[in-house]
Structures are given as structure tokens and as C-alpha cells.
Design a protein around this ligand. Structure first.
Ligand SMILES: [Zn+2]
Ligand SMILES: [Zn+2]
Length: 302
């Protein structure tokens, strides 16, 4: 979705949903940061001449392998990260405290923010847990700030690789670009499903709609669309067999392409409902299944 389209959509949502105004206004500030920033070049993460690339993709290994991030400096991402921390500080309270702790950690790295971020991304998830414990900042908040700082760089990468990505046969439920799980699914037609990546925002389509995207369960007693909001066309695709869920939007009655950031906010009540049912988000280990604590979202009232 282009930035003018995103701006328009945000304005519409703010008007229509005054109870979510705080959250959407935070998104507006992030949009402003994106509109005045430049992307980093992430193409160095992908080697399209690598002869084994097609083979690895066919086995479900995503395009980007995380250790490759260690080769990058990410100056623009670092700058956007710093601006996001400023917005958080202006929010005051708990957000301000978290922002200060993160800023202290970054300073102690004695390197530009972008390089600290590249090093973090290059390491395994366990390292990320340690960092989050050390600075006493919730891991989901850190992940959120990183992904928002990287968003326009990933969008640039997707644009650059679109010809290649279009030809990709990809029947997996994790992202072919970065390997993260989907944040939301979209029923495009009766037999096609589109997934939106939680981390890099890439979207891809899968032709196999039968069964649970996680374990393949097809018994409708165990695997079903649990709840559907009459106006938002949004529900939970839940599986009793593997205890996972995916938020789904029925595109047949809505817009063609979604803005996954906005849709995520609109579906917060669904995450809560799924959590109460003991379900965890598709593709995420149980320990990470807490609802993402985002600045501006943690004071959400249904
Ligand atoms: Zn991705
Ligand atoms: Zn399942």
C-alpha cells in the first residue's frame, strides 16, 4: 500500500473509531517518520545469483538468512529508530521509561544505532531474549520498534525483488522473504488465502486453502472460523488440534489489499478472545504468544 493510501485509510479509521484514537495517532506519527526518511539498501542480504537459492526456497528456507545482517550498517534504520524513541518519550509514563532504557542500551553499544540493530538481527532469538531481560524492556515492544524502523527498507526490497518474488512457488505459512509468521490472513476467494508477514509486511498467496495453515487439520469440528465480526469482516481461524489461531479478514467483502498494521489494531479484541480460549498465534512459540505490547496500544480499552 502506498503512503498516500495509508494516510487516507488512517484518517478514515481515526474518524470512525474515536475509542482507538490514541493508537491510530501513534501510527500517524510513525507515518510522518517514514514520509521524511530514506530506506536502507537491504539487497546485500539476498544473493539472487546463488545457484542453491531456488532449491533452498523450495524447501521453505526464506530468502534472507539472519546472519547476513551482520554485513550491514543500517544508518537510515538507526535514524528512524531514534525518532521512534523520541515519539515514545513524548508519550510520557511507562513508554518514556522504556524509551530511556533502550536509549541507554544503544549508547552503551558505543556504535551507531543502525549497527547495533544489524547485530541484533544477525543473532538468534535467544540472544534477543537476553537483551530484552538485560534492559528490562518487553521483547514484543523491542520487536515492534525494530520492525517499524525497518519497514520502508523492507518495502523497498520487496519492490526491487517483485519480479523474482512473483515467480516463487511458496506454499508455506511463514514469510518467504524474512521467515516470520503471518500476522493476518485474508480470504481472497473460496480457494485462495493471502498471508501478511508479521515482521517485514510482505504478502503472498497460497492456493491451498484446505485445512489448518499450521498442522493441516481439516476436520471442521476441530478447525474452523470461530467468530466473525459482522462489519469488520474479521474473524479467528482457530485449530483445536494444534491450538493455534490466525486472524482472518474476508476480502471478498472488503478492500483488495489490507494495511496489516491497521488491521492488527482492529483485531486486538480477537487476540484477547483467542488468548482466553488458550490459543496461540500461528507460527509463534508459546513463550512469545503474549499480545504485542506496543506504545499507544497497551492502554487499549475495548
Ligand atoms: Zn517477512
Ligand atoms: Zn492446526
Amino acid at each position: 500500500m502506498d503512503s498516500a493510501g495509508r494516510d487516507r485509510l488512517l484518517a478514515e479509521h481515526i474518524r470512525a473509531r474515536p475509542h482507538l484514537r490514541d493508537i491510530f495517532q501513534f501510527y500517524e506519527k510513525i507515518e510522518e517518520i517514514w514520509n521524511t526518511s530514506r530506506p536502507d539498501d537491504l539487497l546485500a542480504l539476498v544473493d539472487l545469483r546463488d545457484a542453491s537459492l531456488r532449491d533452498r526456497l523450495s524447501r521453505g528456507i526464506p530468502l534472507i538468512e539472519r546472519p547476513a545482517f551482520a554485513r550491514l550498517a543500517l544508518p537510515q534504520t538507526g535514524q528512524q529508530f531514534r525518532k521512534l524513541l523520541t515519539v515514545m518519550r513524548q508519550g510520557g509514563g511507562e513508554r518514556e521509561q522504556y524509551a530511556s532504557r533502550i536509549a541507554t542500551f544503544m549508547r552503551n553499544g558505543r556504535k551507531p544505532e543502525g549497527e547495533v540493530i544489524a547485530e541484533l538481527l544477525a543473532r538468534e532469538d535467544g540472544h534477543f531474549d537476553t537483551i530484552s531481560d538485560t534492559m528490562e524492556v518487553p521483547r514484543p515492544l523491542l520487536v515492534y520498534l525494530l520492525k517499524m524502523s525497518l519497514r520502508i527498507s523492507f518495502e523497498r526490497l520487496h519492490e526491487t525483488l517483485i519480479a523474482f518474488l512473483r515467480t516463487l512457488e511458496w506454499e508455506y505459512t511463514h514469510c518467504p522473504v524474512c521467515g516470520a509468521p503471518p500476522v493476518i490472513g485474508q480470504a481472497v476467494s473460496n480457494d485462495r488465502r493471502r498471508y501478511y508477514c508479521f515482521f517485514c509486511s510482505f504478502h503472498w498467496e497460497s492456493s491451498k486453502m484446505a485445512g489448518c495453515p499450521s498442522c493441516g487439520e481439516t476436520d471442521p469440528e476441530l478447525f474452523n472460523l470461530l467468530y466473525k465480526h459482522p462489519n469488520e469482516h474479521q474473524g479467528i481461524l482457530a485449530c483445536e488440534a494444534c491450538r493455534t489461531y490466525l486472524k482472518m479478514v474476508d476480502q471478498r467483502a472488503g478492500p483488495n489489499l489490507l494495511n496489516p498494521d491497521i488491521q492488527e489494531v482492529l483485531g486486538l479484541h480477537l487476540d484477547m478472545a483467542a488468548g482466553e480460549l488458550g490459543l496461540r498465534p500461528l507460527g509463534q512459540p508459546l513463550v512469545q504468544a503474549e499480545i504485542i505490547r506496543r506504545p499507544g496500544i497497551d492502554d487499549y480499552r475495548p
